[in-house]
Design a protein around this ligand. Structure first.
Ligand SMILES: Cc1cc2nc3c(=O)[nH]c(=O)nc-3n(C[C@H](O)[C@H](O)[C@H](O)COP(=O)(O)OP(=O)(O)OC[C@H]3O[C@@H](n4cnc5c(N)ncnc54)[C@H](O)[C@@H]3O)c2cc1C
Length: 394
């Protein structure tokens, strides 16, 4: 217990990163503790965008402005939002250096996500598009809009990567888009992945996706990690040397923990190890949640959010002088776009040392409505705004 806890001063909680994890920790602390704690939430960006919204913009279903949730909308008791760059993290002293100064924490929560490095795949930026960053997805959207037909290849350049179903969603949405433009019959679509199935933890989801690909004439090419693009010859080169010709390449780029985290001494093998039940790092008073960790669940917002709930519960208990008992259960619910305004649902649980188990619910319009409510409820809780992922008449 730090001096701030014992002296009666308000505990200082510093949350780094205002994505799925950081926003959920902050919302719960504000809701349950209000002014009893002093929460500082730091992010370099202007606002938050759901991962799935990138696909909505890419396929012309929403505008970039519609899907941006400005951090200035966060008005919560006990919470200060600071837009700044995190430059250094000292996990021993729980001191964070940002451009505008230093922040000392009694409890530090690391939720800085994964950074994306398309420049590390030779030829990717010169000869194709990555669709995992906002600018990348929006530029890919412009390219798709200007596409006159040909060979579309969606490929993965490195593992692990966020939201493992996203490449499968992308080929299904590409199919719909090309049909709507009347150029599907002049085009081919291939999904190239290093994995043996589209969503390995859920065989049922994988089967349903493979059926959907077959019904739409989408080629499935497992076992290929795209190592490079040759922009002059317009071929994607797999790690085993196989060459795949393309006219439009949409790629999942290399993921890495942010440099400031790699430099902090918190990582092992590139990611932050945590206790799989408590999400504590090996440094007292320092938690980590979400994509930045190696906790063993996929890198997805729903897992980051559930980890954040556990961390918030543990912080609340310690502030209230109770013994923290909340533990992470590895559960997550993912919505998967199947195109044709249908969404499926995968419930999956990851427990360390066990194979993942889960349930799959087939695509339907009802689940598309559930997914919209999933986004709307987070916008309400985190930002206090009424919002729907797809604007009317999208
Ligand atoms: C195309 C696509 C579709 C997706 N679809 C889904 C989906 O349907 N469901 C789902 O659950 N997940 C989905 N995801 C994944 C999801 O977006 C991420 O897994 C999730 O956002 C991770 O949450 P996080 O809190 O760990 O990190 P993030 O949400 O990435 O937040 C990290 C934050 O840290 C900030 N940051 C990083 N470094 C610094 C620094 N040095 N200084 C200041 N700020 C910094 C960043 O600006 C960012 O806001 C999708 C992702 C993509 C790309």
């Amino acid at each position: 217990m730090s001096a701030a806890h014992t002296s009666g001063a308000r505990p200082r909680i510093v949350v780094l990163g205002a994505g799925f994890g950081g926003l959920e920790v902050t919302a719960l602390l504000a809701e349950r503790l209000g002014e009893q704690v002093d929460v500082t939430l730091v992010d370099r960006r202007e606002g938050f965008t759901f991962g799935f919204s990138k696909l909505d913009v890419m396929f012309g279903r929403a505008s970039p402005a519609h899907v941006l949730h400005p951090y200035r909308d966060i008005v919560k008791p006990g919470v200060r939002v600071v837009r700044d760059e995190v430059r250094a993290i000292d996990p021993v002293r729980r001191r964070v250096t940002i451009d505008s100064g230093e922040l000392d924490a009694d409890i530090l929560v690391l939720a800085l996500g994964a950074n994306l490095h398309p420049e590390e795949t030779p030829g990717l930026l010169a000869g194709g598009y990555e669709f995992y960053t906002e600018p990348g997805a929006y530029a890919a959207g412009d390219a798709i809009a200007a596409f006159g037909g040909g060979r579309v290849v969606v490929g993965v350049t490195s593992t692990p990567f966020k939201c493992p179903p996203a490449p499968s969603e992308t080929v299904l949405l590409t199919h719909d888009y090309l049909v709507s433009r009347g150029i599907r019959d002049r085009s081919s679509i291939s999904l190239v992945m290093p994995l043996p199935s589209p969503v390995p933890p859920s065989p049922d989801a994988s089967r349903a996706l493979l059926t959907a690909f077959a019904e739409r004439g989408i080629e499935w090419r497992p076992g290929c990690l795209v190592q490079a693009l040759d922009p002059d010859r317009r071929v994607a080169v797999c790690a085993d040397g196989t060459q795949i010709p393309y006219d439009l390449f949409l790629g999942v780029p290399t993921h890495r923990a942010p440099a400031v985290v790699l430099e902090s001494g918190l990582t092992v093998d590139g990611w932050v190890p945590v206790d799989p039940l408590t999400l504590q790092t090996r440094f007292p008073g320092v938690y980590a949640v979400g994509d930045v960790t190696s906790v063993g669940t996929p890198k997805a917002g729903v897992f980051a959010e559930r980890q954040a709930m556990v961390v918030a519960e543990r912080i609340i208990a310690s502030v209230q002088h109770a013994v923290p008992s909340a533990e992470y259960d590895g559960q997550g619910t993912c919505y998967v776009e199947f195109g044709a305004e249908q969404v499926a649902r995968v419930d999956v649980t990851f427990r360390s040392g066990q194979s993942p188990s889960g349930m799959f619910e087939s695509p339907s319009a009802e689940l598309a409505a559930d997914k919209a409510e999933f986004g709307a409820s987070r916008a309400r809780r985190w930002f206090g705004r009424e919002w729907s992922p797809l604007p009317p008449n999208a």
